[in-house]
Design a protein around this ligand. Sequence first.
Ligand code: NAP
Ligand code: F7E
Length: 331
Amino acid sequence: MTAKKALITGISGQDGSYLTELLLAKDYEVHGIVRHTSSLIANTSRLAPVYQDPHESGRRLFLHKGDVTDAGLLVNLIRDIRPEEIYNLAAQSHVRVSFDLPDYTANVTALGAIRLLEAVRASGIDTRVYQASTSEMFGLTAPPQDERAPFHPRSPYGIAKLFAHWSTVNYRESYGMFAVSGIAFNHESPRRGETFVTRKITRAVARIKAGIEKRVYLGNLDAVRDWGYAPEYVEAMWLMLQHSEPVDYVVATGRSATVRDFAEAAFAHAGLDWRDHVEHDDRYERPADVPELIGDPSKIAREIGWKAKVHWDELARIMVDADRAALGEGA
Ligand code: NAP
Ligand code: F7E
């Protein structure tokens, strides 16, 4: 039997790297698009555990240089690879950055999705598409947010993702494509980018504990988030593409904490008091923030059996331990 093939955009990101490991463990042939940079090594570091030398025979991981801003490249790749599953994880995914780079964010995060959907049509193959939608689309809508909650995005990122989300729905309804959106709430891990708040905090805890730094500067401590564990969220993505019907789901833990709670737990895990080390800096405030995101994941639990196991407090401990271990510290 030939292996199933998957194509992942955003393979070098946090989720892309965990999804690659999951699919390789399930015997898929995995293809991923990586952006050109002047130093290729930099953006493939998260793939180090599974990287396979192009000269190895029988390898199942293939990296293709590309970009979701290049429509022709997407058509050519999809036509040549003929993947059974496509996971569109590529995005300018930082909400604060999207206020500084709104045009760029829209090009990658919104238009990138419709380019990919059109490329599927143009290449004429039968494939299933996962779109990485986000709780940021709910924005100002009060929690708990489920699949029926209205959208009210608060940033160029949230707006771009909403365009991508509705494009996915539209291609499903217009062309009968198996195209689905996972409306994922925040999910983190030791591979989270260092400028997202959880990783910024856990990395600072490790460096403060090791005596490298004394403090960390943060913005809005009152924001409430539903933080889950990224390796579990990529399982939800896979399950959604194995389902008999194309259905959109909220992917969340259903529990929440403030940024302040997360900082307190992370510092306490290393035996530190967060109040001695956290200071405020306006530059980390946003022109408009999303005050409270708490997902209702009952539909995905009921229909495809996915449920989060790791909650925000355990997540804080996992991430602090990993950041301390990276410095050769901790148990
Ligand atoms: P991430 O770590 O920021 O990864 C984003 C990926 O997209 C990286 O591989 C990045 O490549 C790639 N990318 C950026 N611009 C691109 C372009 N023009 N062409 C091709 N690739 C490009 O994000 P993540 O946390 O893994 O999230 C995965 C997806 O889920 C994203 O779409 C994100 O918006 C969405 N999402 C994330 C969360 C969350 O809490 N993590 C929640 C909801 C939705 P480089 O490595 O070269 O930068
Ligand atoms: O901010 C507050 C900030 O940048 C969380 C992305 O993966 O999840 C992520 O978006 C909260 C916000 O994540 C700092 O104002 C305070 O209220 O970690 P974040 P995010 O904006 O929720 C969603 C679901 C996505 O889809 C996105 O792609 O923390 N905050 N002080 C701070 N945030 C940052 N980054 N840095 C601070 O110093």
